[in-house]
Structures are given as C-alpha cells and as structure tokens.
Design a protein around this ligand. Structure first.
Ligand SMILES: [Fe+2]
Length: 165
C-alpha cells in the first residue's frame, strides 16, 4: 500500500506531463526547421510516453486518469509568448524551470515508495527521475550548442522519432 504522500507526488508528476505535452505542442507549432521539429517532437514524445507509462499505475491506485484541473490549456497559454524568445534562450527558461521546479518533485517521487511496498510504482518513480534529468540534459545541450542535443531524451524513449536533421 503506497502512502498518501506518494499518491500526491505521483499526481503532480502525471499532471506535469500533461502540461509538458501541451507546452511542447505549442512550441512545435512554431518550429522553424527540421532540427527544431526533431528536438521539440522528441520532447513531445517524452511527455506523451511519460503519461502512457504512468496511466496503468494511476488507474490501479484509483487516481483520476483525466487532469482534474485545466493544466493543458493554462500551460499552452503560458507557452505561447515564448515564440518571440530566441531559440537557445527558450531552453535557458526551460532548463531553469526543470532544475528549480520539476526535477526536485520528480526525484522526490522515488523517495516516497519502495520496491517492497509496490514494485511497479517504485520502478516508474525511478524512471520519472531519469526522464526529467534527460530533459534538463537536452536543455543544457541546446544552450551549449552541442550536436544532436536531444540525444539524452531520445535514448530513453520507447518509440523514438526518426532524426531527419
Ligand atoms: Fe516530463
């Protein structure tokens, strides 16, 4: 039996994946070339896979599969102004948001459950920490001008995109 704290953190992470998916959809709609489409498409895929991976656990724990709030619309609206921000600078903001807000919560998830308590939950919790660290690595790569900056995220996808750029 997992704790209430784990359930709350799991829902925060699950809802954040909805928000991430909405944000990367908006950014993808403003992409200017194949490289940007590949990077943003890879990020979008990571958020979609994050949701898909968590759904069986969310369902088994009797938690809501649908976002009880309005996260998708709110995040999409908040992301829209970033189309005016230069490409690399967008990843400065993304990296900061991940480092200060999302990564601490994502990494907390694995501290709130043990494999003895719930093996599937513990495995997913570990993976979501890995997922968020990969997002941060991508942001740092774009900022630093590293070739194939999306590689850390592509490496953890179950269904990676073909790289055209
Ligand atoms: Fe995510």
């Amino acid at each position: 039996m997992v704790s209430t704290l784990f359930r709350e953190c799991l829902m925060d992470v699950y809802i954040a994946e909805h928000g991430g998916e909405a944000a990367f959809e908006v950014m993808l709609s403003h992409a200017e070339n194949d490289e940007q489409r590949y990077i943003l498409g890879t990020l979008l895929q990571a958020e979609t896979e994050g949701k898909a991976l968590m759904r069986p656990l969310i369902s088994r724990l009797g938690l809501p599969l649908l976002d009880p709030g309005n996260t998708r619309a709110e995040t999409a609206a908040a992301t829209e102004p970033f189309k005016e921000v230069p490409w690399r600078e967008r990843f400065v903001f993304l990296g900061e948001a991940v480092r200060t807000t999302y990564l601490p919560r994502y990494e907390e998830l694995a501290t709130l459950v043990s494999a003895d308590e719930d093996a599937q939950a513990a495995k997913i919790a570990q993976f979501m920490g890995t997922h968020e660290r990969a997002l941060l690595a991508l942001a740092v790569n774009v900022i630093d001008g590293v070739a194939d900056p999306a590689a850390p995220v592509a490496a953890i996808l179950h269904f990676p995109l073909a790289r055209l750029a």
